[in-house]
Design a protein around this ligand. Structure first.
Ligand SMILES: CC(C)(COP(=O)(O)OP(=O)(O)OC[C@H]1O[C@@H](n2cnc3c(N)ncnc32)[C@H](O)[C@@H]1OP(=O)(O)O)[C@@H](O)C(=O)NCCC(=O)NCCS
Length: 185
């Protein structure tokens, strides 16, 4: 009985610690001076293979839209990033979401979803009608993403077609678009 009470008390303390750590996390717009910290975070979260991926090829040499990009900070350190970068799909300029990354020590505490919401709300407010990404549907579907039919889209490097997702600000706005996704140079 005493053991059960002690365990419950320890759990409550742990939960309180987690809660207070999470409550100190801020989501704020990205600033130019964040660039190095974001690069370091992405290196540690995504590892060395990241540059070989289709999304990285689409970002190469293209500036992300800093007004639609957000960071998560804890004690002034950057622990999460979400960027949007313009790309061209079938001749239409749209936005690509990513990288979305959260430091390993802070994963699964809701930061990724908050960052994504901040970027998507900013994109909606800016009149961006379509946001595309390569990622897991299970994670992105609750934020409005769904699969793009492989017949309507091709990427500069091979990807699992089930990971090619898009979110429309207005339902049906992307149905007329098809073709390759290329860099927005
Ligand atoms: C994916 C990532 C951004 C999510 O951010 P996060 O702050 O850890 O996640 P959140 O707290 O917002 O959401 C956590 C939930 O998402 C789920 N989740 C995380 N990654 C997932 C994935 N790839 N597919 C499905 N579900 C996923 C978790 O299991 C968790 O579920 P639960 O709440 O039921 O336990 C983060 O884990 C990360 O940086 N991962 C490594 C880099 C990466 O894969 N980025 C995405 C590239 S497409």
């Amino acid at each position: 009985m005493r053991h059960a009470k002690a365990t419950t008390a320890m759990l409550a303390t742990k939960q309180a610690e987690n809660f207070s750590a999470i409550s100190l996390v801020s989501i704020r717009p990205e600033r130019a001076y964040d660039a190095h910290a974001i690069e370091r975070l992405c290196d540690s979260v995504f590892g060395p293979g990241a540059q070989a991926r289709a999304a990285a090829a689409l970002r190469e040499g293209v500036a992300h839209d800093i007004a639609l990009s957000f960071v998560a900070t804890l004690d002034a350190a950057i622990i999460g990033t979400c960027r949007l970068t313009p790309v061209i799909w079938g001749g239409v300029r749209i936005m690509m979401l990513g990288p979305l990354g959260v430091s390993r020590a802070h994963m699964s505490t809701g930061i990724g979803r908050k960052l994504m919401s901040a970027s998507l709300e900013a994109a909606d407010a800016a009149g961006e009608e379509i946001v595309f990404l390569v990622g897991d549907l299970a994670y992105y579907a609750p934020s409005g993403f769904s699969r793009v039919a492989p017949s309507r889209i091709s990427l500069p490097r091979p990807v699992d077609p089930s990971r090619v997702l898009a979110r429309e600000a207005v339902e049906g706005v992307s149905t007329q678009i098809s073709g390759p996704v290329i860099r927005a140079l």
